[in-house]
Design a protein around this ligand. Structure first.
Ligand code: ZN
Length: 93
């Protein structure tokens, strides 16, 4: 199962983490616990869901990238709990 593959990778190698988040303007729903940040590439305001906030806690150096600057690919892992959110995170290759 795909999800276990990325969990294994997550546990095995501490690497720079890139979190792909939606621009606030593109979000169709508002999560009560979401916070905002800025895309490291374009500077747009992005919304960060609780799953992304967990990733940020775990990896303080995480780089935020909006889904416009980087489209999540086929191998893009989800942040824990993100399957319930329109939200994705991605590890740098
Ligand atoms: Zn961007």
């Amino acid at each position: 199962m795909k999800m276990w593959n990325w969990i294994e990778r997550l546990v095995r190698k501490p690497q720079p983490v890139e979190l792909i988040v939606m621009r606030l303007a593109d979000m169709h729903r508002f999560h009560p616990e979401q916070i905002t940040g800025t895309c490291a590439s374009c500077g747009h305001v992005v919304g960060i869901y609780p799953s992304g906030q967990q990733v940020m806690k775990q990896y303080p150096d995480v780089k935020l990238t909006c889904s416009v600057c980087k489209t999540p690919g086929e191998n893009t892992p989800l942040a824990p709990g993100a399957e319930f959110e329109p939200f994705q995170s991605m590890r740098k290759q």
